[in-house]
Design a protein around this ligand. Structure first.
Ligand code: NAP
Ligand code: ZN
Length: 351
């Protein structure tokens, strides 16, 4: 075991602060990564503050990790010291169940090991995320980074990117698709870029009129202000696929009304019972679906990174220091992020 510097929370209401955590020694299949950048996901905030229940403290968030390999185990075949590498939301799974065999580790039937707040099979304790100097991960869960992309702006692809890519691919988004995205934050802005990259006509639903210009620059063809009833009426029955990234409980029914016949609304943000309840009438009469989706598998994440390399797609980022994380969380709650904070991890290493 070795001690490394990290940033985490000791309790739901506590601010994040510097602490020391233990990382395991490199085992034969492991890769050791010096973390250069880590994106800040709204899930980090939910976990640090125990919004979903079940947070184990101290909690060290961070699952959008990019860094440089400094050590590899004797049986590692895909990586070598000096390579750039990335780690997303998963660091382990059973690898033998039906889901894992189909490269759907995110739906591992025994539960995947999250990069943070997961049950660590090595230590017996819980996993610590990327707000730290180093991470040690089995090579199966390590991704290759395209050489042509800005490393800091790649980091958010590891969660915001794959979480929106996976439903876009599952629901077969292509040139003839009409896709809508609800909420322009970290996930939402990646959904726009990726849907556009796949050739779809893209609409943003936002509560925030001030984001219209940005949305168009990101690739949205249309913007609908969701609080304006006339604008909502003008898009009734239009979309094949809606990706809803809103983190808190909200009325989904007005968005279902904008699905086309057989269209699907995929919830990727809010986790919990819907309120108000879902009305089945438009679903039955229009064969519409309301679905959910969680992150993506390792092979699919590599597919996304390769697609982004080929199409030059990265996240729009604001680089912060590790020490600015508490302020960044407050800004995220106010939707004041354009469009992903990424921590320059040298600010922790040099502290
Ligand atoms: P974010 O950057 O904070 O963006 C969320 C956006 O939703 C905001 O920019 C805002 O957009 C809109 N919004 C925020 N609060 C709202 C409210 N009360 N009512 C309506 N709209 C609201 O968050 P993120 O990092 O993209 O994450 C979004 C959610 O996805 C979080 O809950 C996160 O935990 C979850 N998540 C899920 C997965 C998964 O695998 N399913 C993976 C990662 C994250 P406008 O200003 O445009 O309205
Ligand atoms: Zn995330």
């Amino acid at each position: 075991m070795k001690n490394v510097k990290a940033y985490g929370a000791e309790a739901p209401e506590a601010e994040l602060k510097q602490m020391s955590i233990e990382r395991r020694e490199v085992t034969p299949n492991d890769v050791e990564i010096d973390i250069l950048f880590c994106g800040v996901c709204h899930s980090d905030l939910h976990t640090a503050r125990n919004d979903w229940g079940g947070t184990i403290y101290p909690a060290v968030p961070g699952h959008e990790i990019v860094g440089k390999i400094t050590n590899v185990g004797s049986e590692v075949t895909q990586f070598k010291v000096g390579d750039m590498a990335a780690v997303g939301c998963l660091v382990d799974s059973c690898r033998t169940c039906d889901s894992c065999k189909k490269d759907l580790e995110q739906y591992c039937l025994t539960g995947f090991t999250g990069t943070y707040n997961g049950k660590d099979k090595h230590s017996g304790g819980h996993t610590f995320g990327g707000y730290s100097e180093k991470v040690i991960v089995d090579e199966h869960f390590v991704l290759k980074v395209p050489g042509n992309l800005d490393l800091a702006a790649v980091a958010p692809l590891l969660c915001a990117g794959i979480t929106t890519w996976s439903p876009l691919k599952h629901w077969k988004t292509g040139k003839h698709s009409k896709v809508a995205v609800v909420g322009l934050g970290g996930l939402g802005h990646m959904a726009i870029k990726l849907a556009k990259g796949l050739g779809a006509e893209v609409t943003l639903f936002s509560r925030t009129p001030g984001k219209t210009k940005d949305a168009k620059e990101l690739g949205a063809d249309h913007v609908v202000i969701s609080t304006d009833n006339n604008q909502m009426k003008s898009v009734q029955g239009k979309f094949d696929l809606i990706i809803d990234t809103v983190p808190y409980v909200h009325d989904v029914n007005p968005y279902v009304a904008t699905l086309s016949i057989s269209g699907t609304l995929v919830l990727v943000g809010y986790l919990g019972p819907l309120d108000p309840m879902l009305n089945s009438v438009p679903m039955i009469l229009g064969r519409k679906s309301v679905a959910g989706s969680v992150i993506g598998g390792i092979a699919e994440t590599q597919e996304l990174l390769d697609f982004c390399g080929k199409h030059n797609i990265v996240s729009e980022i604001e680089i912060i220091k590790m020490q600015d994380i508490n302020e960044a969380y407050e800004r995220m709650i106010k939707s004041d992020v354009r469009y992903r904070f990424v921590i320059d991890m040298t600010s922790l290493a040099n502290s």
